[in-house]
Design a protein around this ligand. Structure first.
Ligand SMILES: *Cc1c(COP(=O)(O)O)cnc(C)c1O
Length: 359
């Protein structure tokens, strides 16, 4: 049996194009903002079908800046899921607002209208649904709750819901281009996207020290721009995104067809969603035992969020004792299996065989 790593992905086929793009930036010496960043912003906005894309330094800054651009202020409450990467809640706390943790559906790993409504109070000023693992949270169900909806689309570049791109469903959305995400750059990078002209203007100002003209500073902002080198790399890789995601969906289909569901609970796609399979996450009653058995058979697997955010030490002040049964269930049972655009059918078969109980 071949060794199957957790991430089966590589930029090797694109090294030449990437080096050319980086050389172009070096030749022009336009390293901060400039034509490459503007071109990527236009290309990514067009890809998503939104009016504005503003490149920032990473997906965590993107969340903090977008929340402020949507009007969230110090002391405001923001509803976020606990079962997600820590940065979703961290960005809320970093701007002085209060993360209020809501539950997820343990089968989709996403929030629902019901779990969000349960967490809302009169002090709620925004909600941040996360498109976790590349599934798409049901954002249209959240649009009439009376507060802005900010999609955390860090794991869902290229996913869609009922034909609309993830990132174009809420009032604004944030992306990360960290190298392991579906649309990677060559280090850290991120973006805020929105159809709202005023919010986009505020994001542009906040990413540049709260200034529009570099002379007058009207906000306490950030030094948080997408590097021109990263923008140039992203322009090479964006045209690959749909093909990569289609290959990821083929792997998921192969897992299903090959009978993986006889051994573990398969991920459930949100109704109407086109999943981007950032990770292929199944559920099992004893996931760490299964991971150990898989390791012996040469297959990598891991749990990502065994300790959900609301139980992290840094979040003790924000409802560490919240009652979130779906979150606890997801945290206890989830396990990521190998996934990636370059994972072969034979490797998928090896994963399925490795998941079968020892006879
Ligand atoms: C990766 C990620 C982020 C943070 O992005 P960075 O670019 O690493 O700062 C935020 N939210 C989610 C759900 C993520 O997966």
């Amino acid at each position: 049996m071949s060794r199957v790593p957790l991430f089966v992905t590589s930029l090797a086929a694109h090294h030449e194009g990437l080096v050319e793009a980086l050389a172009r930036v070096v030749a022009t010496e336009r390293f901060i903002l400039g034509p490459e960043v503007q071109a990527f912003e236009e290309e990514f906005a067009a890809y998503l079908g939104v009016r504005h894309c503003v490149g920032v330094a990473n997906g965590t800054d993107a969340l903090a800046i977008a929340l402020r651009a949507l009007g969230v202020e110090r002391g405001d409450e923001v509803v976020v899921p606990s079962f997600t990467f820590y940065a979703t809640a961290e960005a809320v706390a970093a701007i002085g607002a209060r993360p209020v943790f809501c539950d997820v559906d343990p089968e989709t790993f996403c929030v629902t209208r019901e779990t969000v409504e349960t967490a809302m109070t009169a002090g709620t000023k925004a909600v941040v649904p996360v498109h976790l693992f590349g599934n798409v949270a049901p954002v249209p169900d959240l649009r009439d709750l009376g507060v802005p909806v900010l999609e955390d689309a860090a794991q869902a570049a290229g996913a869609a819901l009922d034909g609309n791109m993830a990132g174009g469903l809420g009032d604004a959305a944030t992306f990360s281009f960290f190298p392991s995400k579906n649309l990677p750059c060559l280090g850290d990078g991120g973006a805020v996207v929105t159809d709202d002209d005023e919010a986009a203007e505020r994001v542009r100002r906040l990413r540049f020290h709260g200034s529009e003209d570099k002379e007058t500073f009207v906000d306490i902002g950030y030094n948080s721009r997408l590097d021109a080198l990263q923008a140039a790399a992203l322009r090479v890789l964006l045209p690959e995104l749909d093909g990569w995601n289609a290959a990821r969906r083929d792997v998921a289909a192969e897992y299903e067809r090959g009978g993986l569901g006889e051994h573990v609970a398969l991920p459930r796609v949100v109704d109407g969603a086109q999943h981007a399979y950032h990770l292929y996450v199944v559920r099992h009653e004893r996931p760490d035992e299964l991971a150990a058995a898989l390791a012996e058979r040469g297959v990598q697997a891991r749990g990502y969020y065994r300790r959900p955010t609301h139980r992290q030490p840094a979040m003790a002040a924000f409802g560490g004792g919240a009652d979130l049964p779906g979150t606890d269930e997801a945290a206890r049972t989830h396990l990521a299996l190998p996934m990636g655009p370059l994972l072969t059918q034979d490797q998928a078969q090896d994963v399925i065989a490795a998941c079968a109980p020892v006879p």
